[in-house]
Write a protein that binds this ligand. Structure first.
Ligand code: NAD
Length: 732
C-alpha cells in the first residue's frame, strides 16, 4: 500500500492516482514526492505513454501538506534545521519542475502533456502540484473548493505556488489567493485561473485524458519558459508593476501591522522573483519559505491554529463516555444569545425548541434565523427551500412541556441567579432523566447555579461568544459536581455545530473573560494616567490585537463594564484592585457615553452610528501627559495583563491544558494570533525574560504584574510552557 498508484490505459495515458492509505483526505507525506517522481520517470521513459493525468481516488483531491512532516524534518536535522528544510523544499521544486518540463528539451519540444483532474477540494500543496501541471480540470461540484490557504496558519505557499501563480495572473490579481488564502468554488477558481476547465463530475477523468491525447507541443509550455516572457501587469521596475508593488506592500502592512512575517516574506518572494529567471525565482521562494518555517511565530501559529485546534475539535479532552450526539436541544431565552444558539443548532440539523416568557419574544428569536437565511438567499448562499427546512427545525414556544424529549438544554435567560434558578426547576420538572442542562452564563459561577438543580452532575456551563454564528470558540465549564457525561455531551454538541471547544473549571469569569477584562482595564487605567489614547489603541493593534482596549469596551458597552466592576468589587471586597479604572468607567457612564450602543464612548460616532476618531472630550477630564511611555512599554502592559491571567488560570487549575489556553485565546478574544496564544508568546520571549519584565512592570505599575509562582519557577529552570505542559508531537 503506497500513497500513489500508477496505471496506463489502452490509449497510452498514464494515470497517477493519489490515495493515501488509512486517511479520508490525501495529505502529502515525506515519501510521497519520491513516489510521484518514480512514476513520472516511468511515464516519461515509457514510449507507449503519450501523456499523464494526476488525480485522486478520494472524495477530495488533497488537503495539503502533513504539517507534522515539517516538524519531523526540523527535529531530525540537529544543528542545521534550516538547511534540512531548504534541501527538502528544493527537492520538492525539482520534482514539480520535472512535471512542468515533462521531458521537454531546451527548445520546448518533445515533452509529454500532464493534466490534473481535481475531483474535489484541493488545498495547499495539492494546488501547487496542480499548478505545475499543464492543464487543470476541476469537478463542477460547487461544494469542492480550491486554493492556497497557507497564509492562514502563518505560512505561504512554498512549493512553487507563490512563484507560479503570481507569474500566471500578476501580483495584484494573485493577492486574494496568496495573501488572503481564499478558497474558491470551481467557477470562481476558473475566473481566477486556478483551473482551466470545470467539467461534470463523472466526465472529469475522460476530459483530462482527452486533452492529454490531443495536446500539441505549444500547449504544454508554460509562458515563463518562452523567450521574452513578461510578468502580467508589470514587473517591479515597469511603471504599472511599480504601482502594484507599492500598493500591495502598503496593503499588506496595513492588514498585518507588520506582525505576520509570512505575508511580508510572500510579497518579497514575488517581488524579487519577478526580476529573475524562473528557476532562480523558485530558489528565492524557497529561501523566504525556510525563513518563515524557522520563525517562531509560524511554528506557534501552525501549532495553535492548525494542529491543536484540530486536536481539540476531535475531542482531545473528551472523557471516555459513549457517543452523546445531540438530537433535540431546548434553548431557554430567545434573546440575543438564545436566538443565535437556536440558529447554529438548526444549521447543524438538530431539532430546537426555543422557549421564552411570551410567544412574541420566542417568535422574535426564531425570526433571527429567518433574517439570517434571507440574507443568505440574497447573497446566493442558500435557497428558499433550505430556508424552510432550517426554520422547520425550530419550534418557538412558551410551553415547558415541549422540552420533554430534549436531550440537551441550553439556558440563556437574563443574567440573574433568581431567574435562572426558577427556570432550572421548571425545566427539570419536565425533562427526562438523562437530559443534560447547560447554562450560557458569562459571569455567574456554575457551581452556584447548579444549586438550583436536583442533578448537579448533569449541570454544566456552555459559554458562547457573541455573535454566536460568527464566534468559533465555545467554553465548556465544569462545576464542582459536573460529571463526565455532561462534559461529553457538551463536546459532542460543539462538534456538531462545528465550533472549537475548550474545557475549563469553574472560577470567576472562567477563562476568556478573565483574561480580556484585565486587558480592557489596563487600557482604561492608562487613560487615567494621562497616556495618549491613540498610543494605547495603536500599540494594541501594532502588537496584533484586533481591537484596542478602548474600542473593545465601546463595542461591549461601558455599562456592562460598570456592572461587572460593581459585581467584582462586591465579591472581592478590600482586595479589589481596579479603583482607578472604575473612576474612568463610572464617569463615562454618568456622561451617558455607553459606547457604540449610545453612539458615544471612548470614540466619537456620527449620526448613522459609524465610529470616528477617539473622543476629544476625554482629554478635558484626563489630560494627556507631556511625557509619554514607549510603545513597547504600553504593549507589554497590555499583553502581560492578559498573559499573566492565563498563567494564573493554569496555576489554579482552571485551565487543564495549555493548548486550550492558546487556542481559546486566539478564537475567543483574538489574542495576537501571530504569537500562537499567551503561552506560546511566553515561550517565544522566554520565561526568564518574561519573569524579569514582570518584575520591572510590578516596580513601575503595581502588584498586578507580580509574576505568578509558576512563571518564576519556570524562569529559574529556563523552562518553556510547551516543553513542560505540551503534547510532545504537537509542534510543527
Ligand atoms: P437578552 O436579554 O438578549 O435575552 C434574554 C432572554 O431571556 C429574553 O428574551 C427574555 O425574555 C428571556 N427570559 C428572561 N426570563 C425568562 C424566563 N423566566 N423564561 C424564559 N425566558 C426568559 O440576553 P442575552 O444577551 O441573550 O444573554 C442571555 C444569557 O447569555 C445571559 O446569561 C448572559 O450573561 C449570557 N451571555 C451573554 C453574552 C452576550 O454577549 N450578550 C455572551 C455570552 C453569554
Amino acid at each position: 500500500m503506497t500513497d500513489f498508484t500508477y496505471e496506463v490505459d489502452a490509449e497510452g495515458v498514464a494515470v497517477i492516482t493519489w490515495d493515501v492509505p488509512g486517511k479520508s483526505m490525501n495529505v502529502l507525506t515525506r515519501e510521497a514526492f519520491e513516489l510521484v517522481e518514480g512514476y513520472l520517470d516511468r511515464a516519461l521513459a515509457d514510449e507507449a505513454v503519450k501523456g499523464i493525468v494526476i488525480t485522486s481516488a478520494k472524495k477530495d483531491f488533497a488537503g495539503g501538506m502533513d504539517l507534522n512532516v515539517l516538524a519531523s524534518i526540523r527535529a531530525e536535522a540537529g544543528d542545521e534545521p534550516a538547511k534540512a528544510l531548504f534541501d527538502f523544499t528544493m527537492n520538492g521544486h525539482r520534482i514539480l519542475r520535472k512535471i512542468e518540463r515533462a521531458g521537454m528539451d531546451d527548445k520546448n519540444k518533445g515533452g509529454k502533456p500532464v493534466a490534473c483532474a481535481i475531483n474535489g477540494t484541493c488545498a495547499g500543496i495539492g494546488t501547487e502540484i496542480a499548478l505545475a501541471c499543464h492543464r487543470r480540470f476541476m469537478t463542477d461540484n460547487p461544494k469542492a473548493k480550491i486554493g492556497l490557504p497557507e497564509i492562514l496558519v502563518g505560512l505561504f505557499p512554498g512549493a512553487g505556488g507563490t512563484t507560479r501563480y503570481s507569474r500566471m495572473v500578476g501580483a495584484m490579481a494573485a493577492s486574494p489567493v496568496l495573501l488572503e488564502g481564499r478558497m474558491m468554488a470551481p467557477k470562481a477558481a476558473k475566473s481566477a485561473q486556478l483551473v482551466d476547465e470545470v467539467v461534470a463530475h463523472d466526465e472529469l477523468l475522460a476530459a483530462a485524458k482527452a486533452w492529454v491525447l490531443g495536446a500539441k507541443d505549444a500547449d504544454i509550455v508554460k509562458p515563463w519558459d518562452v523567450k521574452g516572457w513578461k510578468m502580467p501587469s508589470g514587473a517591479p521596475y515597469h511603471p504599472a508593476g511599480f504601482m502594484t508593488f507599492v500598493g500591495a506592500s502598503a496593503m499588506v502592512h496595513g492588514k498585518t501591522q507588520g506582525v505576520y512575517p509570512a505575508a511580508k516574506a510572500l510579497l518579497s518572494a514575488v517581488y524579487e522573483g519577478a526580476m529573475v529567471p524562473f528557476e532562480t525565482a523558485l530558489k528565492i521562494e524557497a529561501r523566504y519559505f525556510v525563513s518563515i518555517l524557522m520563525d517562531p511565530s509560524s511554528s506557534a501559529m501552525i501549532r495553535s491554529l492548525f494542529l491543536n485546534k484540530q486536536a481539540l475539535e476531535k475531542g482531545a479532552n473528551r472523557p471516555d463516555v459513549a457517543d452523546e450526539t445531540v438530537k433535540k436541544v431546548g434553548v431557554l431565552g430567545a434573546g440575543m444569545m438564545g436566538a443565535g444558539i437556536a440558529l447554529v443548532s438548526a444549521q447543524a440539523g438538530i431539532d430546537v425548541v426555543l422557549l421564552d416568557q411570551d410567544q412574541a419574544a420566542a417568535d422574535r428569536g426564531k425570526a433571527y434565523t429567518e433574517s439570517f437565511a434571507d440574507k443568505g438567499i440574497k447573497r446566493g448562499k442558500t435557497t428558499a427551500e433550505k430556508k424552510e427546512a432550517l426554520l422547520s427545525k425550530i419550534t418557538a414556544t412558551t410551553d415547558y412541556a415541549a422540552l420533554a424529549d430534549c436531550d440537551l438544554i441550553i439556558e440563556a435567560v437574563f443574567e440573574d441567579v433568581g431567574v435562572k434558578a426558577e427556570v432550572t426547576k421548571k425545566v427539570e420538572a419536565v425533562i427526562g432523566p438523562d437530559c443534560i442542562f447547560a447554562t450560557n452564563t458569562s459571569t455567574l459561577p456554575i457551581s452556584e447555579l447548579a444549586k438550583a438543580s436536583a442533578r448537579p452532575e448533569q449541570f454544566i456551563g456552555i459559554h458562547f461568544f457573541s455573535p454566536v454564528e460568527k464566534m468559533m470558540l465555545v467554553e465548556i465549564i465544569k462545576g464542582r459536581e459536573t460529571g463526565n457525561r455532561a462534559v461529553a455531551k457538551s463536546l459532542d454538541y460543539v462538534r456538531q455545530i462545528r465550533k472549537t471547544p475548550i474545557v475549563v473549571n469553574d472560577a470567576r469569569f472562567f477563562y476568556a473573560n478573565r483574561c480580556i477584562i484585565p486587558y480592557i482595564n489596563e487600557g482604561i487605567r492608562m487613560v487615567a494616567e494621562g497616556v495618549e489614547p491613540a498610543l494605547i489603541e495603536n500599540a494594541a493593534k501594532l502588537v496584533g490585537m484586533p481591537l484596542g482596549p478602548l474600542q473593545l469596551v465601546d463595542e461591549t458597552s461601558i455599562d456592562l463594564g460598570v456592572k461587572i466592576a460593581k459585581a467584582t468589587r462586591a465579591a472581592m471586597g478590600d482586595a479589589y484592585p481596579d479603583g482607578a479604572v472604575d473612576e474612568v468607567l463610572f464617569w463615562m457612564a454618568d456622561e451617558g457615553r455607553l459606547g457604540r450602543k449610545s453612539s458615544a464612548g471612548f470614540y466619537a460616532y456620527d449620526e448613522a452610528g459609524k465610529r470616528g476618531l477617539l473622543w476629544e472630550g476625554l482629554a478635558a477630564k484626563y489630560p494627556v501627559s507631556d511625557a509619554q511611555p514607549s510603545l513597547t512599554e504600553v504593549q507589554h502592559r497590555l499583553l502581560f495583563a492578559q498573559v499573566l491571567e492565563a498563567v494564573r488560570a493554569l496555576e489554579e487549575g482552571v485551565l487543564e491544558d495549555i493548548r486550550e489556553g492558546d487556542v481559546g485565546a486566539i478564537l475567543g478574544w483574538g489574542f495576537a494570533p501571530w504569537s500562537g496564544g499567551p503561552f506560546a508568546w511566553l515561550d517565544i520571549i522566554g520565561t526568564p525574560y518574561a519573569a524579569e519584565r514582570c518584575a520591572e512592570l510590578t516596580e513601575a505599575h503595581g502588584a498586578r504584574f507580580t509574576p505568578p509562582a509558576l512563571l518564576v519557577e519556570m524562569a529559574g529552570k529556563g523552562q518553556s510552557f510547551y516543553a513542560r505542559f505540551g503534547a510532545e508531537d504537537a509542534a510543527a
